[in-house]
Design a protein around this ligand. Structure first.
Ligand SMILES: [Zn+2]
Length: 426
């Protein structure tokens, strides 16, 4: 049983928190920004200092590799992203990068024998907060392996045209990439020819580990989801002159629908399965002024659960409801995307669980409700994830916290799982 260093991990946490420091406890570090470049330079410096070879691919992913005893063996990679959302925290993404670095540093410092080359990796543009969509680059790299309905959303040519959502000196992602000092060679991309396994450590981003008194989680799968737009059509008229009884108010229809939808979905989930979650995060109305009745109202609906049968039942309710009339308005729904549940590699999940058990830490099996690069990578090579306890379940905000001890625990669990994988693969 090898252990990672709390002191070294703490030093990395403090150092990376400087790059994009927004001055009130968190960071804004968009992908390919000057702040992200500082984090990448730190990664390169530290990895070269332990003798790792640092390479970049054509979409600016970075790979720091130390050789193993077998020059022909495929690489085992540990990685995540170093970009954040606007006013994000100091752990989402970078924790998995720091974990990869810490594993390599521990292996080098303690001279731990291993057969396979070991790689710490930075995935480019996971959040997609400046250049959407999220998980853009893993979507590009794993494109040939993704199911067609997913792959079509991440075509290289289209992704290069992605326009910035916030201030940027570049017109699109392709231009930002062309200007990046970390744009390298396509031949360096992670691929099944050169890599046999991928581990992503991440903060949980939810309250389950903390509520159960556990430090870390062995992630079994990423929940399937679907995303719809739900639209209501009425007509507009003057707020002062048009009688209530004659109105076809689209916002009123949307509100009535929303309340009924909650009731029907919750009835379906009678057992109160906590993994079934649905969210109406975005709403749009037209004309959206206080002197008019709204003729259009639209909201997003995001539904997640691991079981496709339950997701189908939810979708059936949605379709049934859309066929009804709501406060004299019509309703239509449009699918945005559907993703199946992604199961992580059984062997790798087993290695993670064995490591956590051997370490004597408090751990549990857990599911991921959020999307991660690992879920696309899992279509390409054996992949798995580890979660670290997240204070109060908060993430994508400046109050996002993981203790230094829990960060080190997840790194130690990764290290020992990687060493098991090292013995398992040829
Ligand atoms: Zn993340």
């Amino acid at each position: 049983m090898y252990k990672c260093s709390l002191e070294r991990m703490s030093d990395k946490i403090r150092t990376f928190a400087k790059y994009g420091d927004a001055g009130h406890g968190g960071i804004t570090r968009y992908s390919l920004s000057p702040e992200a470049n500082m984090a990448r330079a730190e990664f390169k410096k530290r990895m070269e200092a332990i003798g790792a070879k640092v390479e970049c691919d054509d979409v600016a992913c970075m790979y720091a590799t130390i050789e193993g005893s077998d020059p022909n063996a495929k690489r085992i990679v540990m990685g995540s992203h170093c970009d954040s959302v606007k006013n994000g925290g100091n752990y989402d993404g970078i924790l998995g990068v720091m974990t990869g670095m810490e594993v390599l540093e521990t292996v080098v410092k303690e001279n731990i024998p291993h057969k396979h080359p070991l790689t710490a990796m930075i995935w480019t543009n996971e959040e997609g907060s400046l250049y959407p969509p999220a998980m853009m680059v893993s979507g590009i790299i794993c494109n040939d392996y993704l199911p067609p309905e997913l792959a079509k959303n991440f075509k290289y040519e289209n992704m290069m045209k992605s326009k910035p959502m916030d201030e940027s000196e570049f017109a699109n992602f392709g231009e930002a990439l062309a200007a990046s000092p970390y744009k390298g060679d396509k031949a360096n991309r992670i691929s099944p020819d050169k890599y046999c396994a991928m581990f992503e450590a991440h903060l949980e981003q939810g309250p389950i580990l903390e509520d159960n008194g556990n430090e870390v989680g062995a992630v079994q799968l990423v929940m399937g989801m679907f995303n719809y737009r739900v639209r209501f059509h009425g007509f507009t008229a003057h707020a002062g002159t048009f009688p209530m009884a004659k109105r076809h108010d689209a916002l009123y229809a949307a509100a009535a629908f929303l309340c009924e939808m909650h009731k029907r979905f919750d009835e379906l989930n009678e057992g109160q399965d906590p993994e079934f979650v649905y969210t109406t995060g975005e709403i749009y109305v037209h004309p959206g002024i206080h002197t008019c009745i709204n003729d259009e109202a639209e909201f997003s609906l995001d539904v997640r659960h691991p079981d496709p049968e339950l997701r189908q039942k939810v979708m059936d309710i949605l379709k049934e409801m859309a066929a009804e009339e709501w406060c004299k308005c019509t309703c239509d729904i449009e699918e945005q995307w559907v993703r199946d549940t992604v199961y992580f590699d059984k062997n790798l999940v087993g290695f993670v669980e064995e490591s956590m058990e051997e370490m004597g830490v408090k751990w549990q099996k857990i599911l991921s409700g959020a999307g991660h690069d690992a879920q696309f990578c899992a279509y390409m090579i054996p992949t798995t994830m580890l979660f670290a306890r997240t204070k109060a379940g908060l993430s994508h905000c400046e109050d996002e916290r993981v203790s230094d001890e829990d960060c080190t625990t997840v790194a130690t669990a990764t290290l020992n799982a990687v060493l098991k994988a090292d013995k398992f693969y040829d």
